[in-house]
Design a protein around this ligand. Structure first.
Ligand SMILES: Nc1ncnc2c1ncn2[C@@H]1O[C@H](COP(=O)(O)OP(=O)(O)O)[C@@H](O)[C@H]1O
Ligand SMILES: [Mg+2]
Length: 283
């Protein structure tokens, strides 16, 4: 669904490339988490998949980005928007400012597509319910908390039913309950709906449970790529400025102190940690 070959991109007036030789193929229906330290290129990768790079940011791009069969560089942004939904890191960038209520805000993109009114209202209410905002449809988007605005931004993209959903830190302002709801929503869209999801996130415990795959970026390159159980337990992770899950940390400490045998894969989830600590524990 997403096919990136040899992508190198440099922002205008910048010396060093923000993305440097990225090869990445994401099949339909996969939930692919992207992690990396500050400045690693995560946001830029989101922009490149959604076409904001190079259509909005210009700069110098080499290589090829194909999404849903379309060459992103050759396809106008408006045409890509029908297939690819991008949720920005800061919800202020998403909220149009042109609408008075949350419901109107979420309906904005559908209005532009000319979706019939009854159909539109049903889709908007379904999207609001999906992100846990049912009942807030009549509020002003500006009378909401940061976390609620983040959910409005997500709803306004989900309502368009994109085949590819790209999310840049969509839970940064959410509490643990909100974070769990967003992850469950995204996993549901990927599993049941076949939506391809690229998710930039910092919360390894949630990635470990819900992602099909984890890609680690460092200085514009893919440095690790694999299933969560492999990537999140990799000893190199901290060298890229990233923390493993609390379960991996505890298990690594236990092995280091000789409290647990070191011949088994380290757990990345609670479900894996429980047997790790109870099977064959040292006396
Ligand atoms: N608009 C911009 N103009 C010039 N350089 C930028 C711009 N946005 C980001 N960069 C640079 O590109 C690199 C990758 O940034 P970014 O994709 O935002 O990383 P991340 O999202 O992983 O923190 C960084 O070195 C950053 O300074
Ligand atoms: Mg970023």
């Amino acid at each position: 669904m997403i096919d990136i070959q040899g992508l190198t991109y440099t922002y205008p007036a910048s010396e060093t490339p923000a993305l440097n030789g990225i090869d990445l193929t994401v099949p339909e229906g996969q939930l692919c988490a992207v992690i990396g330290a500050n400045g690693a290129g995560k946001s830029t990768l989101c922009y490149a998949i959604a076409g904001f790079v190079p259509h909005f940011y210009n700069g110098t791009l080499t290589g090829r980005v194909t999404v849903a069969g379309r060459d992103v560089v050759a396809t106008p942004l408006a045409e890509l928007a029908g297939e690819i939904g991008l949720v920005f890191a800061n919800p202020f960038n998403q909220i149009t400012g042109a609408r008075f209520t949350v419901r109107e805000e979420v309906a904005f993109g559908l209005e532009n597509l000319g979706v019939p009114r009854d159909d539109m209202l049903a889709r908007v209410d379904a999207a609001l319910a999906l992100v846990g905002l049912a009942g807030l449809g009549d509020r002003s988007p500006y009378a909401l908390s940061g976390g609620q605005q983040q959910r409005v931004a997500l709803a306004s993209v989900i309502v368009m039913r994109p085949r590819v959903l790209v999310l840049d830190e969509p839970t940064s302002q959410l509490d643990p309950v909100g974070t769990r709801e967003v992850f469950e929503t995204l996993a549901g869209l990927a599993q049941a709906g076949g939506t391809t999801v690229v998710l930039v996130e910092h919360k390894p415990e949630w990635i470990a449970v819900h992602a099909d795959r984890v890609v680690v970026l460092s200085a514009g390159r893919v440095v690790l790529d694999g299933p969560p159980a492999e990537v999140l337990a990799a000893p190199e992770l901290s060298g890229y400025g990233l923390a493993p899950t609390r379960y991996t940390q505890a298990a690594r400490l236990a092995v280091g102190r000789g409290l647990a045998p070191g011949d088994r894969p380290l757990p990345v989830t609670l479900e894996q940690a429980a047997p790790f600590f109870t099977d064959r524990v040292s006396p």
